[in-house]
Design a binder for this molecule. Structure first.
Ligand SMILES: Nc1nc2c(ncn2[C@@H]2O[C@H](COP(=O)(O)OP(=O)(O)OP(=O)(O)O)[C@@H](O)[C@H]2O)c(=O)[nH]1
Ligand SMILES: [Mg+2]
Length: 214
């Protein structure tokens, strides 16, 4: 659940990119980092082994002001390899929303399914079953990418398509999740009513600072 500091007028949101090994979670974060104005982002923290596998997690802090309020969005990725199960659970704790990055490679469809079951189980054990989740199919550039009509949609009405390596579809996915996370928080915490934060001002301020070409 988001942290609200009433004295400092500060709201911190936590978003998590989840998914099977090598689906492109870190690539999403790198592209998002490139799309945020320099003054509105912190350092992109990544911890990889030499072959680019996330060892612990990645973190991108985004910050901006709107309605006389300070907003901080902490965007995390989990490591996809099964061995890092304990880390995934720690990173997921306190999340306000999840992007599930599925791999479009045909041979990764069962890896997608196991990662999804793992996500559902972890959300349930953390009491987060009603958390907003956005499903993204990454690597749409692959010539043999699985057709979306045949792909598992993991219960999502709408599926985002991306080529994270080329930065395509990354900002759109992020905004889709932010929109859902904001609506859920507003419903739970009555942000508009109690804090006087204007939902449109929040979205406009964020759109102003995220999405600039790298
Ligand atoms: N063709 C293609 N390759 C991609 C795309 N996005 C990422 N990749 C490649 O997929 C590999 C894994 O990308 P990462 O972003 O490190 O994947 P990850 O999900 O963070 O992996 P783990 O941290 O091990 O779970 C890299 O070689 C990327 O270059 C894409 O859109 N298209
Ligand atoms: Mg990674």
């Amino acid at each position: 659940m988001a942290q609200v500091d009433f004295t400092e007028r500060q709201l911190t949101l936590k978003l998590v990119y989840y998914g099977p090994p090598l689906s492109g979670k870190t690539s999403n974060l790198r592209a998002l980092h490139a799309a945020v104005d320099k003054l509105n982002r912190g350092r992109l923290m990544t911890l990889d082994t030499r072959d680019d596998r996330t060892l612990f997690f990645d973190l991108l802090p985004i910050f901006f002001r709107a309605s006389n309020f300070s907003f901080r969005i902490k965007v995390y990725t989990v490591p996809g390899q099964p061995v890092h199960e304990a880390t995934r659970k720690v990173v997921l704790t306190g999340a306000d929303g999840v992007v599930f990055v599925a791999d479009s490679k045909p041979d990764q469809q069962s890896a997608n399914a196991s990662s999804w079951s793992n996500l559902v189980a972890n959300l349930s054990s953390l009491g987060l079953s009603s958390l907003p989740v956005v499903v993204q199919y990454n690597k749409r550039d692959l010539p043999d990418a699985v057709p979306l009509a045949e792909a598992d949609r993991f219960g999502a009405e709408r599926v985002e398509e991306a080529c994270a390596k080329q930065g395509i579809g990354v900002v759109e996915t992020f905004f889709e999740l932010i929109g859902k996370a904001w609506d859920t928080l507003d419903h739970d915490l009555k942000l508009v009513e109690k804090l006087g934060i204007d939902s449109t001002a929040f979205r406009n301020a964020l759109a102003e600072h995220v999405g600039a070409s790298p």
